[in-house]
Design a protein around this ligand. Structure first.
Ligand code: GDP
Length: 211
């Protein structure tokens, strides 16, 4: 078996354990005290974050899809066999979100991102059809400044052709490479078709295992 195949197999096994919802955090004081490694997912609203969490963990509806903005203002922690915590961060860029809610979101998420020692990586989800937008860039800049390592994960790849996918990925990668805290590799996924899910599992399990 090649090293890449071995890593895929390790990822498959790692993610085959039961994943359970642990808690929703609306205030920093509620953050769980653990030393389990964490990865966090963020992205613009409707990017496909809930579906990706479901696809990664192999559960049908562990993360609710398309909930209304008011109900998504918390950090949702999922526990994968006490070996990895997956943190579903609130989406950003809601067209209709009330301003105070957005401000509270920003505060809570920022404080979590800069202060969490066990956070191994942030997966920044980007809809492959839309590419990077200014609100993504703003967050990337902040992560650069806080030296929080992040990886861009392209979503909904099934919506465009393989050639368009490659072009879109290349464009995003070119820009990501200019950011100091961005991972040099991006992953193209489709939660609907299962594309890129094994690769992402492999990458994320390596982060948890090699800590
Ligand atoms: P969230 O707001 O980022 O959590 O996004 P959701 O996971 O709720 O997805 C938003 C919408 O995009 C829903 O209608 C999903 O069914 C759809 N969606 C999510 N992932 C994919 C995908 O990989 N392919 C396609 N075609 N649709 C997707």
């Amino acid at each position: 078996m090649t090293d890449a195949k071995k890593e895929l197999e390790v990822g498959r096994k790692f993610f085959s354990t039961e994943c359970t919802f642990m808690l929703g955090v609306a205030d920093l004081k509620q953050l769980p005290i653990t030393n389990i490694p964490e990865i966090a997912l963020t992205g613009r609203s409707n990017v496909g974050k809930s579906r990706l969490v479901n696809a990664l963990t192999g559960r049908k509806a562990i993360a609710r899809t398309s909930v209304t903005p008011g109900r998504t203002q918390q950090l949702n922690f999922f526990n994968l066999g006490n070996r990895l915590l997956i943190v579903d961060l609130p989406g950003y860029g809601y067209a209709n979100a009330p301003k105070p809610e957005v401000a509270a979101w920003t505060q809570l998420v920022r404080q979590y991102l800069v202060g969490r020692a066990q956070l191994r990586r942030v997966c920044m989800l980007v809809d492959i059809r839309h590419g990077l937008k200014d609100n993504d860039r703003k967050i990337m800049k902040e992560l650069d400044q806080a030296a929080v390592s992040y990886q861009i994960v392209l979503t909904k790849a099934d919506k465009i052709s393989p050639i368009q996918r490659e072009k879109a990925a290349e464009k995003v990668l070119k820009e990501a490479n200019k950011h100091v805290a961005a991972h040099p590799k991006i992953v193209t996924t489709s939660s609907v078709k299962g594309l890129g899910i094994s690769e992402l599992r492999a990458d994320l399990s390596q982060l948890a295992i090699n800590h």
